[in-house]
Write a protein that binds this ligand. Structure first.
Ligand code: ATP
Ligand code: LTN
Length: 337
């Protein structure tokens, strides 16, 4: 067993591709953290049926697509456990116990639940959307994760996770590591290109979202049409100039530069020059990424083997945590024999 700190994170198999915000806000850090950490990464398919459930065949395909894209982004199955949430019954097993420790009001305060249920119409929503953050807490606590690389929109869910870990530990004795959010600086919230008051998301209109499977011409068009402002000055100012600052953040996150350095490089040039450079940087990443993803998808048997191996490694950790938590709660152990 490794004595490195643990990292766990998850991504939903919603949509036909990851969007740029997923990569810059979260997945880029997943890739980097494979080295210093004992790393567990999960395609959270149980979470993907909390809104309008997809067609079964589409869900299977999307799960493979996200897995292939994570590998194309740089996850290495020899250096991390990449697995599918539904392959481990331990996730809902722990989730149930945590649900019983969560206050109704506490769950009601989750802003993502409020946003998503408002968008879909509250009375059409299943209970799963409400309990979703508690399942997320189980995903994290099962692996005793020290760090959870996520975008800004997940901060509140991580806070709930920490509270549940502390509550369980206080009631039943030390059981769970209390995890910390690992949120990048400039790329924590990549904004919608058409509406820079909202985060880029798979569930928003296409024109403002860059899918990593978009062809080069589509990526370039979306960036050239990104909403900015009219004062013409290139300056990093997320409050006053959200659209322009978003473009600077995208460029910085892809090239490894700071937003200030990018702003300096383009100051005095028009927005057109910056947009051209951002489009070039995104295309330079997305083109080889899409080709590699497709190669991996062309061999679904190998992909499934990688996921089976990941699930096996995940189970070795998750089953120990569930057994410990269930014993502490007082569930009678099943007798052997
Ligand atoms: P949906 O739009 O369907 O709600 P999503 O695009 O937000 O999905 P998730 O699978 O829910 O994607 O998120 C995966 C990871 O990507 C999370 O850590 C999340 O915080 C991060 N993320 C998502 N959108 C952005 C964004 N616009 N900027 C930065 N990080 C993001
Ligand atoms: N709720 C997250 C996805 C998610 C997750 C996790 C992220 C589910 N389980 C565990 C980090 C750790 C979302 O909507 N982006």
């Amino acid at each position: 067993m490794s004595n490195k700190p643990r990292v766990l994170s998850g991504i939903q198999p919603t949509g036909e591709s990851m969007q740029l915000g997923n990569y810059l806000g979260a997945v880029q850090n997943w890739v980097q953290m494979q080295d210093g950490y004992d790393a567990y990464y999960c395609v959270v398919d149980l979470h993907a049926i909390t809104l309008e459930p997809p067609e079964p065949e589409a869900l299977r395909q999307r799960t493979r697509i996200v897995a292939a894209q994570l590998l194309a982004a740089g996850l290495d199955p020899d250096r991390c456990a990449l697995f599918v949430q539904s392959h481990l019954p331990e996730h809902p097993q722990l989730s149930w116990v945590l649900e019983c420790l969560t206050g109704f009001g506490e769950a009601s305060r989750m802003t993502q639940f409020k946003d998503k249920s408002t968008r879909a119409g509250a009375d059409r929503q299943g209970v799963g959307l409400f309990t979703y953050p508690i399942l997320q807490a189980a995903d994290i606590l099962l692996y005793q994760a020290d760090q959870v690389p996520i975008g800004e929109d997940q901060r509140q869910h991580l806070e709930l996770t920490r509270n549940l870990a502390q509550r369980f530990n206080a009631r039943y004795g030390d059981t769970f590591v209390v995890p910390e959010a690992f949120i990048p600086k400039a790329a924590a919230k990549i904004l919608d290109l058409q509406d820079p008051t909202a985060k880029m998301s798979k569930s928003r209109p296409d024109a403002g979202t860059i899918y990593l499977s978009d062809p080069a011409s589509v990526i370039t068009r979306k960036i050239k049409r990104a909403v900015t402002d009219t004062d013409g000055e290139v300056r990093y100012d997320p409050e006053g100039k959200p659209g322009l600052s978003n473009l600077l953040a995208i460029h910085a996150a892809l090239t490894g530069a700071s937003v200030e350095a990018v702003a300096k490089e383009f100051s005095g040039q028009g927005y057109g020059a910056l947009k051209g450079a951002v489009a070039e940087a995104v295309v330079a990443f997305a083109e080889p990424f899409a080709a590699r993803s497709q190669e991996l998808l062309d061999d679904p048997a190998e992909l499934d083997r990688i996921l089976a191996r990941g699930a096996e490694r995940a189970r070795a950790v998750a089953s120990v945590t569930v057994a410990d938590a269930y014993a502490k709660v007082g569930f009678l152990p099943a007798a052997v024999g």
